[in-house]
Design a protein around this ligand. Sequence first.
Ligand SMILES: N[C@@H](CCC(=O)N[C@@H](CS)C(=O)NCC(=O)O)C(=O)O
Length: 206
Amino acid sequence: MKLLYAPGACSLGIHLLLEEIGKPYDAELVNLREGAQFKPEFTALNPKSKVPTLVRDDGTVLTEFPAIAFWLARTNPGAHLLPDDADSQTRALEAMDYVVSTMHMRGFTMIFRPDMFATAPAETEAVKARGLAMFTRGLEVMDAMLGDKDYLLGSFSVADAALFYVEFWGAGRLQLDLPARCKAHYARMLARPAVARMMAAEGLVG
Ligand SMILES: N[C@@H](CCC(=O)N[C@@H](CS)C(=O)NCC(=O)O)C(=O)O
């Protein structure tokens, strides 16, 4: 199995899940800044030009964070990355979809790629402000979902890997003061040995 990732990108959530699983895997750095995701070698694997991209042992490829996380959890039951009951599994998918499609693809992207949304340069600052509002609102929503629990579903699951990457962006790139329960969750995640291994491998500081 091989993970195609970029340091500090959303793929870090999948990277930490592979560390949690603890089986051997390869990790290949994709230099997004240099446009490696648009090169034929990459698009032959993933025509969407995105990380995370997971190449499985049979050569087939999985894309999209929630799908990769769900497959890793289902095929590695011993790692306990997803509770067994349908309700909890649905809640995990619900949380991952919100993190990826709203907080990341909408909020965060509007902040860092306003050109993808603004139709004129004069709109740029308004797009960034709207993105920041969406991202911070997302943190509040996740803070409420955490409630008094240590992890989103009670015990650690794939949903926490998704929340972790937006907490990492919020605390790091955006220099936000995370809401209290997210802040505690972020610290709890950083203390997990698998997360520490992923951070070291990607050269990141929490
Ligand atoms: N919906 C995708 C989003 C993946 C995504 O946007 N990845 C970013 C890095 S965080 C990327 O590869 N960007 C490269 C580009 O857009 O050129 C998922 O869930 O995996």
